[in-house]
Write a protein that binds this ligand. Structure first.
Ligand SMILES: *Cc1c(COP(=O)(O)O)cnc(C)c1O
Length: 390
């Protein structure tokens, strides 16, 4: 049976050229970059070049890039780090209701231990906040605004440049969790007035467990992990050199091929986006119709549970997702869909299909042929469904 991977928002296939670029850092250039010999210099060179590549992809300076152990670590580091370094100014933080749990759970923990007071901005039906909402929420004691670049569940892109302008004008630091955006859509920290940013390699065809944060020059960032002085004293621990080289190689490739890959994916995404409602009744598109990642399709399929669709799709070789990967193990409906105003039942029936540059037209057609009979069978068994009545 052919297997079709449409869960690229959860993680991606590592590019062959990335594996090749990493290999010598395991076998030949394996020195500790902090040591004082030629093996160390080889490793250090890889680190140095990678930092320059990541900086240039974001329009940042190399000294503003700190390598981390992934997206969750980056979000934790930045939120706790800024709150701690600037606590004299206050402890008010502004965020949105649809952030990734790496942001939300960090903020909730800080509320519990009294180190933050948080405003959770509500979103519209498409999952967006506006710059005006952010502006209205800023107070004299606001230390940080943290709003994601693009949503991992519904693909909605936030008005990041406008939010950046508002924050810069108010003198408040602006962090964006750009994990779903970097390598997929243009990101420019200078133009968009971003002070802090999180990215992770495995969402753009790099290896898992390695990421980076951007910390604008002049912004104080205490280290959350203490030990050696690596990463300009902002993240102790021997660098994951091979992983970092993999991250940079993947990012450079993605940025160089962004335009052609986007065009390719948009054609296939739209074939799904417009094909699903013509073949299946009672579906609702989740997320913004146009301000949307080029690889994301998310539909609520009414009267059935997302989890049962996933199981049936998997039996047919199709890997998809319902809500986010982290929550699909639980029975709680997605906090993102609920924040967008969906009722519990509609939120439960969500199906996320996320494409990559490896997705083919044949795969999309197979999904369009396979999904409708699955939905029909599940609806026939569903006590909620009475032959298409709304
Ligand atoms: C995947 C993801 C993360 C977490 O990244 P990890 O590298 O898996 O820790 C954080 N934020 C968003 C928006 C994500 O999609």
């Amino acid at each position: 049976m052919q297997r079709i991977y449409l869960d690229n928002a959860a993680t991606t296939r590592v590019l062959d050229e990335v594996v090749e670029a990493m290999r010598p850092y395991f076998t030949d250039y394996y020195g500790n970059p902090s040591s004082l010999h030629s093996f160390a210099r080889d490793a250090y060179k890889g680190l140095d070049q990678s930092r320059a590549i990541v900086a240039s992809a974001l329009n940042a300076k190399p000294e503003e890039i700190i390598f981390t152990g992934g997206g969750s670590e980056g979000d934790n580091m930045i939120i706790r780090g800024i709150a701690s370094a600037y606590k004299k100014k206050g402890k008010h933080i502004i965020t949105s209701a649809v952030e990734h749990h790496a942001v939300l759970h960090t903020l909730q923990a800080m509320e519990r231990d009294g180190t933050a007071e948080v405003t959770y901005l509500p979103v519209d039906e498409y999952g967006r906040v506006t710059a005006e909402q952010v502006e209205a929420a800023i107070r004299p004691d606001t230390v940080l605004v943290t709003i994601m670049f693009a949503n991992n569940e519904v693909g909605t892109i936030m008005p990041i440049a406008q939010i950046g302008t508002v924050c810069r004008k108010a003198g408040v630091f602006f962090h964006t969790d750009a994990v779903q955006a970097v390598g997929h859509v243009p990101v420019d920290v200078e133009k968009m007035n971003i002070d802090l940013l999180t990215l992770t390699a495995h969402k753009f065809h790099g290896p898992k467990g390695v990421g980076a944060i951007f910390v604008k020059k002049g912004v104080r960032m205490p280290s959350m992990i203490l030990g050696g002085g690596q990463e300009r004293n902002k993240r102790a621990g021997t660098e994951n050199v091979a992983g970092i080289v993999g991250l940079a190689t993947a990012l450079r490739y993605q940025v160089e091929h962004m335009e052609e890959n986007t065009q390719k994916m948009l054609v296939l995404r739209d074939r799904l986006l417009f094909g699903i409602p013509t073949r299946i009744a009672d579906v609702k598109l989740n997320g913004h119709p146009t301000e949307r990642l080029p690889n994301n399709v998310n539909y609520s399929i009414r009267f059935i549970e997302g989890e049962s669709i996933l199981l049936m799709l998997d039996l047919n070789g199709i890997a998809a997702s319902s809500g986010s990967a982290c929550t699909s193990g639980s029975l709680d409906p997605s906090h993102v869909l609920l924040a967008m105003g969906l009722n519990h039942e509609t939120a439960h029936g969500s199906l996320r299909l996320t494409l990559s540059e490896f997705t083919t037209p044949e795969e999309i057609d197979y999904v369009l042929d396979t999904l409708p009979p699955i939905v029909e069978r599940l609806r026939a068994m569903s006590p909620l469904y009475k032959g298409g009545e709304k």
